[in-house]
Structure formats: C-alpha cells, structure tokens
Design a protein around this ligand. Sequence first.
Ligand code: HEC
Ligand code: HEC
Length: 286
Amino acid sequence: MYLQTLTIAAAISIAGLTVKFSGGDPSTTPDPMTTATPVPSTETLEHGKAMFNISCAPCHGADGTGNGPISANLRSKPRDLTKGIYLNRSTASGELPTDYDLFRTITTGLHNTAMPSFRQMRQQDRWAIVQYIKTLSPRFADSTEYPLDVLNVGTQVLPSPQSLERGRTLFLQMQCANCHGSGGEGNGPSASSLVDDFKNPIRPTDLTNPSDYKFSHSVLDVFRIFSTGLNGTPMPSYAASLSETDRWHLANYVWSLQSTDQYVDGRNTDSPAPKQTGSESSDSQQ
Ligand code: HEC
Ligand code: HEC
C-alpha cells in the first residue's frame, strides 16, 4: 500500500482515473466557493433563467418546485429547487452545496434517474444556470449560511487487501448494513421503510450494482458522499465519526463491491466491469 497526498483543489490521478476537484471558469481556477459568491450580473441571471426555462423547467417547473409538465410521468420526482436541500455536495451535513457541486450535478446528471447529463451544453450556459437556480431558494442569499465547510479528503489510501478488509469491518461497525445490507445489496432491515424530506419513499443504493449509483463515478465520489451525508435523506454524514484514513478504507471497500477487479491485482474477474472509464470521471469538465 502506498499513500498519495490529495488536496481538494488539486488535480489528481487515482488508479488511472483523472479526478479534478478544481472548478471555476476557466477550469484551472480552484473552487474556493465557501463564502457567498458576489451577486451575479442581471445579464447572467437572465441568461440562466432563459436556459433553465428551456432545459430544466419541463421537469423542475418554471418556479423550480419540481412540478413541471412531465414530472407526473417520472418514477423519481424532480427535486424541489426552492428548498435549498441538496444531496450531491462536498460540504458538511445540512449545508448548502458549493457552486461547483451544482455545476457537477448539471454536468454529470444523476445516473439511473430522469435527471439527465448536460455535458453537451456550453460551460458558460451551465454556470449561468447555477447562478439562476441559487435565486430559487432564499437560503443562498442568507449570509448566516456561509462560510461553507468544504470536505477535506486528507491523504488517499490506495486499495489493497488490508484496506478492503479494514473497510469491511468499518462497514459493519458503522451500521451501513442496517440500510445497505451486510453484502451492500441495498436490502438492510431498515431499507424498506425510508422516506426523504420531500416525503418520497427512498431506497438505499445497491452498492454492488454499478448502474444503481446515482452520484458516484469514482472512489473519491464514494468518499465524498458518505463523508458529507445526503441532505434530505436518512443517510447521515460520517465525517465526524471516522478518521479520514478510515474513510478511505471504507470508500475502497464500498467501491470494490462493484469493481474489485479494477483494484485487487485483477484477481477477481467475476465482478462486473467498472461502469466508468477515466475520461468519464464525474469531476471532469468539458
Ligand atoms: C427529465 C427530467 C429532468 C430534467 C430535464 C432536469 N432534471 Fe434535474 N432532476 C430530475 C430528477 C428526477 C431529479 C431527482 C433525482 C433523484 O435524486 O432521484 C433531479 C435533481 C436535480 C438536482 C438535485 C441534485 C442534488 O444534489 O440533490 C439539481 C440541482 C437539478 N436536478 C438541476 C437541474 C437543472 C439545472 C436542469 C436543467 C439544466 C435539470 N435539473 C433538468 C429531473 C430532471
Ligand atoms: C439510514 C439508512 C442509511 C445508512 C445507515 C447508510 N446509508 Fe448510504 N444511503 C442511504 C440511502 C437512502 C441512499 C440513497 C439516496 C438516494 O438514492 O438519493 C444512500 C446512498 C449511499 C451512497 C451513494 C451511492 C451513489 O453514488 O448513488 C453511498 C456511497 C452510501 N450510501 C454509502 C454508505 C455507507 C458507506 C454507509 C455507512 C458508513 C451508509 N451508506 C449508511 C441510506 C443509508
């Protein structure tokens, strides 16, 4: 096992995946958006609104409440963007997402839900939409919400048999299995009774099934998701209860449930193929 130092703003390479946590436009600018961002120009907001009305309102509704014309036909309900409650974040439990978190969601979409990827849309259009959707919830204009506490990923532990073993112990110890099941298949004892803050039934992810992951495209995403927790869902944050090193072991274990062959010397050839290639990393920007 060897260690590789990571910082949240650094472009890093893990097991062939190029993962970039830097955001901003141009893409070399780090994303220190932990404080309220300067008020965007009226022009940007108007452009963002126009783009939103074309691309997002059919599902999220012109007012952002999630009741767009095609929402009734969808299995997973479009998010009510007026609440300011976001699952896919790099910030502490209960906090708002950073601008880059929103940009990431719009860019990658949420796999296995109706929320599409807008990778093909021009970057400046995606950024304008980010600014516009922040105006839909009063939380973003509330100065008491800032500064945001952005996740520190510490020093990455690369996968090894020892790391996976430690990760499995932690998975059971931290009671991930209550919801995700002891094999990670999403069938724990509490799995069937969960409801989210929007009053929709919610199901723990089947961590063994690559196509059941909504948010994670890399082991770093897994680390991020269970460290920050998913606001608005029963899935808590584990940033305070586990050291960074232990969280890397746990992330390695969870990720190995679906793509062990990628990491353990190619010995496990029975596991499903990894669902993403390096160029598709969730944090890559185009
Ligand atoms: C075809 C329907 C559809 C379209 C079009 C769509 N969305 Fe979504 N969106 C969804 C659904 C469904 C969810 C909830 C997915 C889930 O978590 O189950 C969602 C969730 C989200 C989230 C929540 C992410 C989080 O962290 O919780 C954001 C932000 C979002 N959409 C923004 C947008 C923006 C911006 C656009 C337009 C550029 C857009 N969506 C277009 C269906 C759509
Ligand atoms: C109280 C129930 C509960 C517990 C305990 C729980 N989870 Fe979850 N978890 C969920 C639910 C529900 C979701 C799905 C949220 C969604 O689909 O919007 C989820 C989603 C996830 C995801 C996101 C996968 C993706 O990319 O879509 C990961 C990773 C994860 N959990 C790991 C863990 C780990 C590791 C633990 C223990 C440290 C844990 N969970 C404990 C309920 C739980």
